[in-house]
Design a protein around this ligand. Structure first.
Ligand code: ARG
Length: 600
């Protein structure tokens, strides 16, 4: 990819080194020590080079250095000017537009836009774990953020040259699963998702809600009879029965195992529908029920080796005071495993399956401590690859008060949220009288809903908590997914209309007005944005880029007649510029999991 900033860094470094040489200073400055900035005001030029850092070796003030260096640069295309402590470079618009756009068209293949990205970390094998649900409840709003982050980061890493494998751990065993099982066993009356016509994961989740309600009621009764509030829930009959069910499951009781299989299938089948609907996929699913025994073995091995110790009550624990962390229990006194136990087995299993160079866990920030401990312990157990494990932690997602009613006892379901976004989008299409034009209004509404949702969720950098405002996300004006989709549709329609126009050999050197030039420069930045997003595992950089691109395109579209331009050569160049914007849009949409719409 044409990197004009890099080219200019070399020129500036050369000039600075010449100055050093002339001053008899035996030192050279590397190209990468030269800082290139975007000037605050485009009127000042295209690139600004601050001279502050050379002041010490040259024993001169930065403005003085800027002046001498600028004067020494000759025979280049573009102009060089000292402005205070900065050297400002103005590129030759005509020549640069030509190079950048020809490069873009050379790199794209048919509809698939293979923009050459700076090859950071090419060929690295990265495993990305995300979503990782429990089988007692359907996916909720938090999962939607997790899913789009995981999918988007995976796509970005791949675009940056890594080999990526997307995985998911399904936490399909343990006490929480037994809770929904118990409620179904006692109150299900043989009903099925089919008989009730309810999405199968929600069907299971409803029994979990039922269980929670029962426990609460029973606990209240116990408290009324004088039992201490603290720990009252654990003393309820329902809770004890659930524990019993877990013991039966662990002992392999066939009736319990059958029920477990049936309900897990409902749950997982339902969740897979939500993945499919939102464009999320995995290369492999791992199941806690298949890895937790390996995890237990691993803890026992650690006990033998003296890395862990047995407490008086029989529980296995580890002392992490040297790491400035607390003591941690790894196996309960009754030998049953806890949340972290399975993670040993799962990680080991995965590394045996595919020897990754890095594994990224996309999991909420409330589990930071868990992953810290997990990584330290895997290293203590002797797995050298533990160093390559990374927790991509993300913040909470809230809804504005009163936006959506959550079902009793649970958070807002992912399916419900997408449904309501889709309904709002459909209403908007109808209100605008666009039903006929868009072809299939339901399909378009669904895609608009996903565009709104995914763009909104990715806009905030992963670490931050955020508020998801459904109405705002769907607005067709402003910094939203639908606004971007609308821009894509507008360009598509323009290109369709101009089909007859011959576009071969467009002369890109004609693109020199302010708004054309700004757009060209933003296009040239795209590959660097992708590699930054890959390096920092941060899709919000793609979202931010999309907004910049859309603003620049809008300005160009308003200021420059395209099809109606009288100068046919210029019209052709502008049309091709729009086509290049569409390629980049499509590519970035894919990375951000935003559906592209030809009509809207
Ligand atoms: N299912 C877990 C939860 O809902 C998240 C699993 C995260 N991944 C892991 N390897 N522990 O809290």
């Amino acid at each position: 990819m044409f990197d004009y900033k890099e080219t200019w860094k070399k020129i500036i470094a050369g000039a600075v080194n010449k100055l050093l040489n002339e001053a008899g200073i035996n030192e050279t400055i590397d190209d990468d020590k030269i800082i290139a900035e975007n000037p605050p005001d485009p009127g000042m030029g295209d690139i600004g080079f601050p001279m502050f850092s050379f002041s010490k070796i040259l024993r001169k003030g930065p403005p003085q250095i800027a002046k001498v260096v600028a004067e020494s640069i000759k025979d280049v295309s573009g102009t060089v000017e000292a402005q205070g402590p900065y050297i400002n470079v103005r590129l030759d618009r005509s020549k640069t537009s030509k190079v950048i756009l020809e490069e873009i068209f050379k790199n794209k293949t048919a509809d698939n836009f293979a923009f050459a990205r700076p090859g950071t970390k090419t060929g690295r094998k990265v495993m990305v774990e995300f979503s990782s649900p429990n089988t007692n409840k359907p996916l909720h709003l938090g999962h939607l953020r997790n899913n789009v982050l995981g999918e988007s980061v995976s796509r970005i890493l791949k675009a940056g040259g890594a080999e990526v494998r997307k995985v998911c751990i399904i936490n399909d065993r343990g006490i929480h699963i037994c809770k929904s099982m118990l409620a179904y066993k006692e109150q299900g009356q043989g009903k099925t998702p089919e008989s009730e016509n309810i999405k199968s994961d929600r069907f299971v989740g409803d029994f979990y809600v039922l269980f929670s309600r029962d426990v609460k009621k029973e606990a209240e009764q116990l408290i009324a009879h004088g039992i201490e509030k603290e720990g009252a829930e654990a003393k309820t009959q329902s809770m004890q029965k659930a524990q019993e069910l877990l013991r039966a499951w662990e002992a392999g009781d066939s009736e319990t195992v059958e029920l477990w299989k049936k309900m897990n299938k409902w749950s997982i089948d339902g969740m897979k529908k939500t993945y499919e609907r939102t464009g999320i996929s995995f290369d492999k699913y791992y199941y806690e029920s298949e890895t937790y025994m390996l995890g237990k073995d691993e803890v026992l091995k650690g006990l033998e080796k003296g890395i862990f110790y047995k407490q008086e009550d029989g529980a296995v624990a580890v002392d992490l005071s040297e790491e400035k962390l607390d003591k941690k229990i790894l196996l309960r006194s009754d030998g049953t495993s806890i949340y972290i136990t399975q993670d040993f087995g799962t990680a080991i299993n995965r590394h045996e399956d595919w020897q990754f160079d890095q594994m990224i866990y996309v999991v909420g920030s409330e589990q930071q401590y868990h992953f810290k401990v997990l990584f330290i312990l895997l290293e203590k157990l002797g797995y050298s690859w533990a160093k390559s494990l990374h927790h991509l932690s993300y913040g909470m997602v809230y809804l504005p008060e009163g936006t959506m009613k959550s079902r009793e006892g649970t958070v807002v379901d992912a399916d419900d949220l997408i449904d309501s976004l889709r309904d709002l989008a459909l209403a908007e299409i109808k209100e605008k009288g666009r039903e006929e034009d868009v072809g299939d209004p339901d399909e378009v509404a669904e895609k608009v809903a996903l565009g709104a949702l995914h763009y909104y969720l990715l806009q905030t950098s992963p670490v931050k908590d955020m508020l998801f405002d459904p109405k705002e996300s769907l607005s067709f004006t402003g910094n939203t997914g639908p606004y971007l989709q609308y821009m894509g549709a507008r360009i598509s329609s323009m290109i369709r209309k101009s089909k007859e126009q011959d576009c071969a050999n467009a002369d890109f050197s004609l693109l020199t007005t302010d708004s054309e030039w700004e757009l060209v420069k933003i296009l040239a930045e795209y590959p660097f944005t992708v590699s930054d997003a890959a390096q920092y595992l941060d899709p919000s950089r793609i979202a931010g880029y999309l907004y910049e691109l859309s603003k620049a395109f809008s300005r160009f579209y308003h200021e420059c007649p395209i099809i109606t331009c009288e100068d046919k050569s210029l019209s052709k160049a502008r049309l091709e510029l729009s086509r290049a914007v569409m390629f980049v849009l499509k590519d970035a949409f894919y990375l951000a999991c935003i559906p592209f719409l030809e009509v809207m």
